[in-house]
Design a protein around this ligand. Sequence first.
Ligand SMILES: CC(C)(COP(=O)(O)OP(=O)(O)OC[C@H]1O[C@@H](n2cnc3c(N)ncnc32)[C@H](O)[C@@H]1OP(=O)(O)O)[C@@H](O)C(=O)NCCC(=O)NCCS
Length: 435
Amino acid sequence: MRNTELVQWFRQSTPYVNLHREKTFVIMLDGEVVESPNLSNIINDINLLHSLGIKLVIIFGARPQINQLLAQNKHQSEYYNNIRITTSEALDIVKQAVGRVHYDLFARLSLRHSNAPVMDVISSNFILAQPIGVVDGVDYALTGKIRRINIDGIKDQLDRNAVVLMGPIAPSVTGEMFNLPFEEIATQIAIRLKADKLIGFCAEQGVLNENGEVIADLQPQEAQNYLNQFIEKGEYHTAKSRFLQAAADVCRSGVKRAHLISYQEDGALLQELFSRDGIGTQVSIEESEVNRIATVQDIPGLLELIRPLEQQGILVRRSREQLEMEISHYMIIERDGVIIACAALYPYDDEKMAEMACVAVHPDYRDSSRGDVLLTEIKKRARNLGMEKLFVLTTRTTQWFQERGFELAEAEDLPKYKRDNYNYQRRSKVLILPL
Ligand SMILES: CC(C)(COP(=O)(O)OP(=O)(O)OC[C@H]1O[C@@H](n2cnc3c(N)ncnc32)[C@H](O)[C@@H]1OP(=O)(O)O)[C@@H](O)C(=O)NCCC(=O)NCCS
């Protein structure tokens, strides 16, 4: 039996596979995530990302595991500014808990299905720590902060296809070990590596609004505002808050996107990365949509957008070669690196007329004025080229253009070249708009 859903999903994911290849993602695995029954699926999906050529740095935390072991040992930590004060007695316990999580993740990441490519997992002293010291009269003891990161060392490992795994403990140059907040490690690594994405997991689908719905997009300041609310409620030590802390910081420092998804939902990571809109919360600094002139690199994405419309007979078929030659005539709307709309402009200088052709908006993005955005931009470009009229040939979209000021005309009204090549069988309507 044919599984058309699978075929469709596989095809739709192609642009994202190309988009993510060779990119660097920093993944935050909070101790909460490590506890989750869904961890094996998450690790399988991380394995898949690696097979698709994505460079991965995994930073794990172990706060719940540390707390549990401290409680078993009847030890209670004190906090200042939401950071644990690590005594030498506590550090021994921290090392045990972190060590267990580390080896557990190590084992899970090494699990390989037959035929899967070998994945080297590397942990090294890429980070050197130093004590936080005394703040406001409070001595943080063996709680540290980052002193230096061996970024080149990490890059070397990523270039040779290894996955880098790091936990919340790092040595100092004096040979002592320090306990570090894992969100700080993830933040600094993502910034210094100039990572393409920071990815984190939490118990819900993402950040939720008052109605319990996922907020799809947040600017760094908005992420910070939510974090402040959570801190006020005493919820700093959740996977969500620690991700938001890191996300707000990395996005302000040049990392393009940070994604927060559920660790409870099987496949959330793949859905977020390989579908058009994702399912979690994305923190990013830039507008997610841009209009620009197409380049040869956009041809696969353009074909993906227009081929279904050509097959339905709505657009005239264009070969890849034709697109390559005429690519500079095309403008596109790009959303998160994927082309969701296009239109082309062909000027006929002698008649001072230009054709608006190949107008298409992806079905998922229609009825939100993107067609109008394309038309406004094409009109502006045509005017800049000294054109006096804009025309279209269409079989099924006549009204849309009429509602925007185009008027029905005849094939004889077209520029000579178009007139001579008019396909009378197709019986397209001719519509003209004075500029
Ligand atoms: C035509 C098209 C580009 C419009 O894109 P869009 O971003 O959805 O357009 P807008 O949001 O600016 O406009 C939406 C309005 O146009 C209407 N509309 C969409 N297709 C239409 C059509 N074929 N005929 C008449 N009206 C149409 C919608 O119903 C909506 O009307 P409303 O505002 O009253 O609700 C898009 O529907 C598309 O890609 N269609 C398939 C390709 C095509 O027909 N291209 C033109 C060939 S020359």
